[in-house]
Design a protein around this ligand. Sequence first.
Ligand code: SF4
Length: 1021
Amino acid sequence: MADAAGPVLVLGAAATGKTTLLVDAVAARIRAGALPPLVFALTRQAASELRDRIVRAAGRTTLAPQVMTVHAFCLTLLARFADAEDAAPGLLTAPEQEFRIRELLLGSPAPWPAELEAALGTRAFATQARAALARARHLGLDPHELTDAAAAAREPGWGALGAFMAEYLDVLDAEQALDYAELVHRARLLLERPPVLAALRAEIAAVYVDEWCELDPAQIGLVRALAGDALPVVALADPDTAIYRFRGAHPRAAAEFGPLFGDGSVAPRVVALGVAHRRPPEQVAACTAVARRLGVPALEAGAVQAYRAATGGGSGRLDVCTFPDSATEARHIAGELRAAHLDHQVPWGDMAVLVRSGRTQLPPLARVLTDAGIPVEVAGDEIGLGAELAVRPLLVGLEVAAAGGVPDADQATRLLTCSWGGLDAVALRSLGRRLRAADPRAVGTPTDELVAQALAGRRPLPDGADAVAARRDLLARAAALVAAGSRPEAVLWELWSGTDWPERLRADAVRGGDASPRAHHDLDAVCALFDLARESLGPGGEAGVAWFVAEVANQQIPADSQREAAVAGRGVRLLTAHRAKGRHWRFVVVAGVQEGVWPDVRRRGSVFDPQRLGAGATGATLGAGITTRDLVATERRLFLLACSRAEGRLLVTAVEGTDGEDDRPSRFLTELGVPVRHLLTAPPRLHTLRALVAELRRVAQDATVSEGLRDAAAARLARLADAVDDDGHPLAPDADPARWWGVREPTGTRAPAGEGPIRLSPSQVESLLTCPRKYFLAREARAEPPREIRTILGSVIHAVAERAASGELGPGDVDAALDGVWADIPFPAAWLSASERAEADAAVRRFLAWQEGHDHADLVGVEVPFAAEVTVDGRQVRLVGAVDRLERREDGSLKVVDFKTGRTKPSQAAAEATPQIGVYQLAVEAGGFGEPAPSAGASLVYLRVEDGENWPKEFRQPSLRERPHLTDDPAELAYPTWVHHQVARACDVLEAGRFDAQPGEHCTYCPVRSSCPARSGQVVS
Ligand code: SF4
């Protein structure tokens, strides 16, 4: 390759030595001392690494290698050859370009079709317009060609985009600015000038192009224009892992290499590299099995066969595993990484975990690995900043500052019960009690509301609440900054620097130990937030802060890829498969390979799909766009790329759970052709100090092991408890029995009694009776994770049914109402969205049929609130809540209907004993809806369960007068009704303050099951 005289296309799979060949060939040319070759690399970082390797390989020479990206080459060209009167252009980064397009669209005089006008100011529209304009430039199209194509296809939206493109280019011209696509376009125009071409060709011996298949048509055209038939071109390609089609990469780049360079004096050659030197044969064979499902590049058959038949020349392992849930999957990965580091001395920086989606898959994985004490590195622009635990309080603080320093109840709780606020749930409740005690009118007001009023300065704080007072003053100062028009960065700094949190984080980070990785991670996240705030293009003041918060929460600020360079290589890399191009590690985990996630076949441009735009012999065309089959093939290439990054061990993982469609392993897993192991548990966690302490504690208290073993464990615990670091801080504080909750004296046998009646909602009663532990952790301690898709869906169906029942929506409006919210539901995959939509349609249809055919007498209302006081065991209990539907019978009795949106129905007996609707009945009888009225019973209507054609399953609960008791249990008979008994039991749990785990079928969907002692068999006393 060093003395290639004509065009050569080198095909090679991962680790077959393409880069080494490129380095050696270029170094040889440089050593020969003639003209240096020009080398094009895919990214700035790849260019820098290649340059270093070539310099090392070339040895002492006066010729410097010219290694650069196509864009850097174009910039050099423009700087050197542009007309003297043209000022040096400014290059717009992707975020700047999008911001500019958004601004221009708002004032665009282009004749946009009426149906698009409402979308013009949205970010999504600007994103799609930017992608379509870039595609047009990649294809070398001018605005009028786009307009012509739109006219031929009768697509007025694309026609308006053509007109907008002309305006956009004029504005950039006037501002002396360029975007990346326009930069390549201008450079190509320069290469059409013979003197420019002659000058360049006189300085270059040959052109080498790495990653040929990732170039877009404009870049390919530029290489062709530069080299022509005068310079040899050596292109290196791996068509099976070409993944940048979404960025405009030419899908037929390899196939067109021959025709493009084939009319010179020397015919193009295609060479295949046949040995993947550092990859084990088993992995190469598995990847080849996946590659065979891809189309065959239209190249010489022998070369393609040799390329696809590469053999492995390294050693290592391949494991494909599935797990019952993502928590077990993440813990298993953590265990494997740590074992590789400790048992096989693999440096942390030589391991990587690759996923398909940075936004949804990286944050939870990063949390688990960090908590397991594994140093991880994530590029600043890869993880959804809004999902970072350390960033959330600062975003809430910004929101509150933008709202004048007045938090709502939820914001106040979130702010105070995090590292920024420094309180825990117990301290917060205690604060609420003291606020209530100081104001007789506040009796009955929930704690979070009282605390919110205090934080807003609308209620005096009790003595001793200095930390809360400091937070209150801080919020007021931040609000004043916003009011004075400050930028988000300044407000953020005020919020961040005004507490001792930064110092606590710094101390944890430098101290080392188990808390150190988490502290480092949090500090990185906060730094990334500050970087984004500094680079934010929005205005200052309230609008700017609100804009910034929304952008970070939606992770829509496309960040600068510079952050990638900031990754130091000292921790396990966590990254998306797209980012793994061109890199290798000794141990690679490809995680979260779920159906619906990988392949991701969602289409990116609903209005302007860039893939619809093509350039034929007769000019621009608007086609049907990329097919689903093509999308799956692109995703398969990406999977192949991920699986080919290991130069040693490869572990591919997925979840195979019980939740139905959304936790099935991807089809790609089986395409690897190796046995899939289903592992039920993660490896034992003995690789961290904290895990060791936990195991020693378990053994020290285990009555089933020998006394000698228990003594040995206790002796080691004692040694660990005494160990301190250089600053005198304990290294393993949890080894000290003084910190073990289980050996402490209980704080009291009864929970402190609150003032006034006990306040209970029907769902609270049900939750307390089902499992007190789950109730406490999910509702009181707020450990509930974000709402799952099924909960959001339930709310949507409820809301639509409510509006239909109130007459706000007619049968003909229901579809439009669902359409209106559907796009905002974050489905992991398009197919899931489609199937759930069909279910939601059916549920609403069943509701309409039920409403139409139901014998209800008189509808009192929907979503009717109630509040009623009852006495049980001498205690005053205030029942509060709202019923889905309330009907009045002819005899004046009231009936409650509760709609359910779950897929599983209870038995008739279970429905009749449902506490929730029983409490509704009690509220009716106790005058919760006005005057006390007899209850006519209650109904549960399951909208997603069919009971006869287009009819929901309905269960009736007899009225409390018809059936006051459900059993002969004397404990129940001691109360007026079975519902009084249930309410009394719920109050007992609250008053006792004991929230024991109560396992049962309900554990399947429990959000706190991963820590449940009833599931793990641990005993917590
Ligand atoms: S897993 Fe079961 S027993 Fe444990 S907290 Fe959840 S519901 Fe209760």
